[in-house]
Design a protein around this ligand. Structure first.
Ligand SMILES: NC(=O)c1ccc[n+]([C@@H]2O[C@H](COP(=O)([O-])OP(=O)(O)OC[C@H]3O[C@@H](n4cnc5c(N)ncnc54)[C@H](OP(=O)(O)O)[C@@H]3O)[C@@H](O)[C@H]2O)c1
Length: 248
């Protein structure tokens, strides 16, 4: 799979699944731009990915930041062939105790952020391009304490369908990847030791038919497939990469 001469934007490209995808796209010849909120994390990712990668500090929940992101892309980067709307957060929201601030933090990044990211970059996209949204296996199962996160990801799953229908005239396809439990910093609690995390990963892995948590590269591979012409007949679809958790 080669992406020579193509440009790809990865939101939340400074960590985890986004960083693995940015790395894989770069390795396959794409020019890559990444975004995130933390300047420090972005700088570290850029050191790893190489100076030719464009790093833009932008919070997807802020329309002002998205306008700045668009201006930065317009000057140095466009036209864009591939957009991976990946930036997202995962917070617990038990029915009895979840508060409004947590509700807003999840919905503003995972739902509003994805919608307005796509709106911001569409004028910069080449017709025939590919947009990939990052949803979650949680969009189709009921998991205690995850009501808002799961609902946010169900909204993203729905966006893949409606956006793809709306963009038919420009031949821009919109599809989704749906990761299961993937070993990324999103699962790391504050102050958690490596030993604590290994114990957590083993516990989660034991609940997965594949017997382990997934690797970010296993999601990135699906993103590259959806970004490529090999998936030209897929529109509004979802690839589930969850070790069998939602199927078996
Ligand atoms: N790991 C899993 O098990 C799993 C499972 C299903 C779905 N997902 C989804 O996969 C996506 C990536 O998660 P990950 O596991 O790779 O987590 P991660 O390692 O924590 O990476 C999240 C990325 O998103 C960025 N980000 C978060 N909020 C943002 C905002 N408001 N504006 C801009 N950037 C923002 C983060 O950078 P800053 O914090 O510096 O902004 C970081 O680059 C998320 O949408 C997540 O819901 C993950």
């Amino acid at each position: 799979m080669t992406f020579d001469g193509r440009t790809a934007l990865v939101t939340g490209g400074s960590s985890g699944i986004g960083l693995a995808t940015a790395r894989m796209l770069r390795d396959q010849g794409a020019r890559v731009a990444i975004t995130g909120r933390s300047a420090q994390r972005l700088a570290a990712a850029r050191r790893e990915l190489g100076e030719e990668v464009l790093a833009i500090r932008a919070d997807v929940s802020s329309l002002a930041d998205l306008a700045r992101m668009r201006a930065a892309l317009e000057g140095a980067f466009a036209p864009i062939d591939i957009v991976f709307a990946n930036a997202g957060v995962a917070l617990g929201t038990p029915l009895a105790t979840a508060d409004e601030a947590t509700y807003n933090a999840i919905m503003d990044t995972n739902v509003k952020g994805v919608f307005f990211t796509v709106q911001a970059v569409l004028p910069l996209m080449r017709d025939g391009g590919s947009i990939i949204l990052n949803t979650s296996w949680l969009n189709q199962v009921g998991t205690p304490g995850r009501a808002i996160l799961s609902a946010s990801k169900a909204a993203v799953r729905s966006f893949a369908r409606t956006m793809s229908a709306e963009l038919l005239d420009r031949k821009i396809r919109v599809n989704a990847v749906s990761p299961g439990s993937i070993e990324t910093p999103i699962h790391r609690g504050k102050g958690q030791t490596e030993e604590d995390f290994r114990a957590y990963a083993a516990r989660v892995g034991s609940q997965v038919p594949a017997g382990r948590m997934g690797r970010p590269e296993e999601v990135a591979a699906a993103v590259l497939f959806l970004a490529s012409d090999a998936s030209a007949y897929m529109l509004g679809a979802e690839i589930v990469i969850d070790g069998g958790r939602s199927e078996l």
